[in-house]
Design a protein. Structure first.
Length: 142
């Protein structure tokens, strides 16, 4: 029960911090993007097993990290190689910043979990696309 309370506290803390950053964005995020971000927060919180104190230091750094990643995507929209190069440089930069919050092993764990979440979402989207296509096909046959 104590772990569940801590988990909920961390998610609520990040959502509060994250919503403040979202309000600063030029374009408002849609509901799906907010849900996706909440899922990612829960996923990373669980994977990293953050304490309340660690979360208070980690999430602001994470928010800055994600803002730079998003900016790199916008600036290199048509050039995948340039984007990937920027991401590597951002990851190197933030490895030190995350190091102020987590030990080296957990910083690496974060980067792995971040990639793992992206892969998980891609699989889910692909499965949903296939399900929709199958439903359409079934509707056509009837």
């Amino acid at each position: 029960m104590k772990a569940m309370k801590r988990y909920l506290l961390l998610v609520l803390f990040f959502l509060g911090t994250g919503l403040g950053l979202l309000a600063q964005d030029d374009k408002p995020k849609n509901e799906d993007a907010n849900r996706l971000e909440a899922l990612k927060v829960a996923f990373l919180t669980r994977k990293l097993n953050l304490t309340t104190e660690e979360a208070q230091r980690f999430w602001p750094v994470y928010n800055r990290y994600m803002m730079e990643i998003k900016q790199a995507r916008r600036e290199n929209k048509g050039d995948e190689l340039a984007y990937e190069e920027r991401v590597v440089n951002i990851r190197k930069k933030f490895k030190g910043e995350f190091g102020g919050t987590l030990n080296a092993e957990r910083v690496n764990q974060f980067f792995k979990a971040d990639k793992e979440f992206g892969s998980y979402i891609q699989r889910e989207l692909q499965e949903r696309r296939i399900q929709r296509q199958n439903q359409v096909r079934k509707g056509v046959r009837q």
